[in-house]
Every structure is written in structure tokens, then in C-alpha cells.
Design a protein around this ligand. Structure first.
Ligand code: GLN
Length: 472
């Protein structure tokens, strides 16, 4: 946990300085220096009066997909490049209530559509382990903020892997909670039936603390669920049955990822867990179903950006041209691609063939998971990304190649389950690799238990990128 012997003011100043010093990583879009320093002073006053809440005075980075009152929130899009929200997202309100300091807004793929953080209006995020490589995405700035120890914590969003995949590529822990555990109120909507806010931190225990802080029923999000807080993390995994899905270990997996994840599994076995081979037979349909459902929802959600109510406006002679010009100038090419695909699969005549079919496939994928949890295992372990971080520019002009990086994370979103990425080793080029734990609905407790037990026995999460020191 974050050091207590240094003041919040010092921590906050240090974070702001380090963010500036590492501006080449391009992890942040907006900094909240004045508000952060003011909040830090208040936190120090409270600390002096004996307030010991764990997040009091601790700097946190927030993905620019999440609304912050009075602070520009762009979703990394030109179309929202001047948008200042009039209210805080529920997760931000909860963080502030817990005493955390919002230090700034992190870079991301535009509207969270992407896997490399190269689809940002504000330029790509660089991976601190090798700045010629991508950070992963779409929550790349948040992952990098923790990996480079600019902040000890960050918030992201995960619709198809956008927390777990950059966490794996940057060597930090990332959690996507169960759909419904965390309120989506005040989060820019991408694909509403899949979107979930989650967290990045150095350790599973820190991630658990932050997840619990932002969780809970919210009257402003009818999909949020009243859950009992997890409480103390249990250590030890003796007798736990860990399912190993054969469909996640195919030839598409980079051999180094395969061997590092297999080592992690052996480790879990030596800690007393039983590894159970399982099958999730509809896995290979997940990517196709996702790239129908997510664009369909996006095409509807993004219809609101028309130059009238939010963001930039391109003036024109008539109303239709105003809409068209604003959207033409405001959206990047990947976002346009998704809107076109989404509109197509929802159009009459194609709806049944694409959208309805994809929803049926989604149910099959969900049932695969529920079946194995009912009959075979307590939790599932698998790789996160089929390969480690790749070169900037390498996949950006080939959308299919880019989409493949999420092939092992997307099924979890389609099924609404909790997922976590945990560092489990390094390639010969010293690039981090993570493994994934997937839990039963609302069973974050078991993910924390397995993850924290693993980290007690391993040190991968304590390794630092070149030149980085851990001052938190
Ligand atoms: N890379 C996936 C996409 O582009 C997932 C993104 C996300 O989880 N936000 O849609």
C-alpha cells in the first residue's frame, strides 16, 4: 500500500513532476494540478487530525472516458476536445469521498475503440518498458501511469479487454469487475451492455481496495447491482479448482506467452490448487459476435455527437450539413468504421442475420462459462493477450490483426464476468506478460484470493521498467 510517512502534498507534487518529466510517454491528456494540490492540502489536514482512510491523499489517474466535473473530458476524440462536464461520474464521486486525489485524465483510444492506444486524437501512448512499443489499449494511459509509477492507482474501462490487455502489456495488475458491480453513470458510453469501469495498480491487494471503493448500487445506473463488499482477502488456495480452457492455448499464442502462463499455472498448482482441463467450445465465435454487438451499440451511443449539444461544431448552411460536417471532422477513422459497421448490422433486413445472431452466440458463450463453473471449477486461468507489446505502427493499418489481440479477453465481457490480469514474467527482451483469472459472476473475492496468494510467492509485479523508481 502507499507509504504513509510522506505527506499527500509531497506525493501529489511528486506525481505532477513525474508526469511532466515523462511527457514523452504521452500518458495524460489533461492534468488537474491546482485542484489536486488543493485537495492534497485538505487531505493532509485530515490526516493530521487522525484520519487514516487508506486512499486519503493518494493520487489517482482517471481515464479520459470518465466524467470529471469542471475538468475537460475528451474520450480522446476531437469531437469532445472542448467538452467540460457539469458533473462527476459516480466512480469519481466515490473516489473523492474516499479522499483520493484526481491528478489528471489519461490518454486512451478514441471512445475506447482500439487495442494499442494509437487511435487517440492526442497521439499514441508509449510503453515504458520500450518506448518504441505500444502500451496496449484502450486504457493505455492508465496502464502506463501505474507501470511508470507516475501514480500508484488508475481507473480504466474495459469493454472487450481494455484494462486487462494494457495491464498485461505494461506489467501491472488490472481488474475488470463483473458487469453491474460498478456504476457506469457519467462514463462515456461505448457499448453499454459490455462497458465496465475497473482499476489498475501495482498489486492485487491495491486493486481490490480500489475496486471495492468504486463498487456498489447506484440509483443513476439501473444495471448496477447491490452487492456485499468483499471484505478481507483470504490467502491460500489449497483445494481450489482452477479451470484451464483448452481453446485459450492454441497455436495463435506466442510461444513465450504460452510458456510464461504455463509456468504461472504450475506455480498455482504448487500452491495447492488443482488444475482442471476444461472446454469453452464457443470461444472462436466470440470475436465475430463482439464486432457486431459492440459497433451496433456504439453506432447508437455515438449518435448524440452531432454538433448540437456536446463538443465541437462545424457550422454549415443547413442542419443536416451541420451534423454531417461535425461528425466528418470530429471522429477518427476507427470510430467511423465502427459506426458504419454498427449501422449496417442494425439496419432492417440485416438485423436478424447479424445483430440477432450475434446475441444468440453471446448467450452460448455465456452458457459455456456458467456450465464449467457449475460442474468443473471455481475459477479459470488463461493468457490475456496472445502476444506481448508490439511495435508502434505495426498493426495500425490492419484492423483485423489489431482486433485479434483481444481474442482472449472479449469472451469475458460478452459473459459479463470479472477478469483480472496479473504479471507473470518477462520475454527475453524484458517485456512483461500477464496471465488472466476469470471468475464466477460477482465472485471477485476468489480472484483477489488467487491473485494475492500468487503475488505473495512471486515478484514479477515488483519489477520496474528501465529508469523507473517506485516512490509510492
Ligand atoms: N479493443 C477492443 C475494441 O476495440 C476493446 C476495447 C475496450 O475494451 N474498450 O473494441
Amino acid at each position: 500500500m502507499v507509504k504513509k510517512d510522506i505527506s499527500s502534498r509531497e506525493l501529489t507534487e511528486k506525481a505532477l513532476k513525474d508526469i511532466e518529466k515523462n511527457s514523452n510517454l504521452n500518458a495524460f491528456i489533461t492534468l488537474c494540478a491546482d485542484d489536486a494540490l488543493k485537495a492534497a492540502n485538505e487531505a493532509d489536514n485530515l490526516r493530521a487530525k487522525g484520519d487514516t482512510r487508506p486512499l486519503l491523499g493518494v493520487p489517482i489517474a482517471v481515464k479520459d472516458m470518465i466524467l470529471t466535473k469542471g475538468v475537460k473530458t475528451t474520450a480522446a476524440s476531437k469531437i469532445l476536445s472542448n467538452y467540460i462536464p457539469p458533473y462527476d461520474a459516480t466512480v469519481v464521486r466515490k473516489l473523492k469521498t474516499a479522499g483520493a486525489i484526481i491528478i489528471g485524465k489519461t490518454n486512451m483510444d478514441e471512445f475506447a475503440m482500439g487495442s494499442s492506444n494509437e487511435h487517440s486524437f492526442f497521439g499514441p501512448v508509449k510503453n515504458p518498458w520500450d518506448t518504441k512499443l505500444v502500451s496496449g489499449g484502450s486504457s493505455g494511459g492508465s496502464a502506463v501511469s501505474v507501470a511508470a509509477r507516475l501514480t500508484p492507482f488508475a481507473l480504466g474501462t474495459d469493454t472487450g479487454g481494455s484494462i486487462r490487455q494494457p495491464a498485461s502489456l505494461c506489467g501491472v495488475v488490472g481488474i475488470k469487475p463483473t458487469y453491474g458491480r460498478v456504476s457506469r453513470y457519467g462514463v462515456v458510453a461505448y457499448a453499454s451492455s459490455l462497458d465496465q469501469v475497473g482499476v489498475f495498480a501495482r498489486s492485487v491487494e491495491e486493486c481490490a481496495l480500489l475496486t471495492e471503493t468504486i463498487s456498489g448500487k447506484d440509483e443513476f445506473d439501473s444495471t448496477s447491482v447491490d452487492i456485499t463488499p468483499v471484505g478481507e482477502i483470504k490467502f491460500g488456495i489449497k483445494g481450489l479448482r482452477i479451470g484451464i480452457p483448452k481453446e485459450y492455448f492454441t497455436e495463435a499464442l506466442d510461444p513465450i506467452v504460452n510458456s510464461l502462463v504455463s509456468e504461472a499455472l504450475n506455480n498455482l498448482r504448487s500452491l495447492g490448487a488443482t488444475l482442471v482441463p476444461i472446454s469453452l467450445p464457443h470461444t472462436d465465435l466470440a470475436l465475430a459476435a463482439y464486432y457486431v454487438i459492440a459497433p451496433a451499440e456504439a453506432s447508437s451511443n455515438l449518435a448524440r455527437y452531432d454538433g448540437i449539444r456536446y463538443g465541437i461544431r462545424e457550422e454549415a448552411e443547413d442542419l443536416f450539413s451541420l451534423y454531417a460536417n461535425t461528425r466528418e471532422a470530429g471522429f477518427g477513422s476507427e470510430v467511423k468504421r465502427r459506426i458504419i459497421i454498427g449501422t449496417y448490422v442494425l439496419s432492417s433486413g440485416y438485423y436478424d442475420a447479424y445483430y440477432k445472431k450475434a446475441q444468440q452466440v453471446r448467450r452460448l458463450i455465456q452458457n459455456d462459462f456458467l456450465d464449467v463453473f457449475k460442474n468443473s471449477c471455481d475459477v479459470i486461468a488463461a493468457p490475456v493477450s496472445p502476444f506481448p507489446a508490439w511495435k508502434l505502427g505495426e498493426k495500425v493499418s490492419d484492423p483485423l490483426k489489431m482486433y485479434l489481440s483481444d481474442i482472449l479477453t472479449i469472451p469475458v465481457n460478452l459473459a459479463g464476468l470479472p477478469g483480472m490480469s496479473i504479471p507473470c514474467g518477462f520475454t527475453s527482451d524484458r517485456l512483461p506478460v500477464g496471465f488472466q483469472l476469470i471468475g464466477k459472476p460477482f465472485d471477485e473475492k476468489t480472484l483477489y484470493q488467487v491473485g494475492a496468494t500468487y503475488q505473495k510467492e512471486t515478484n514479477f509485479h515488483k519489477e520496474l521498467p528501465p529508469g523507473v523508481e517506485d516512490g509510492f
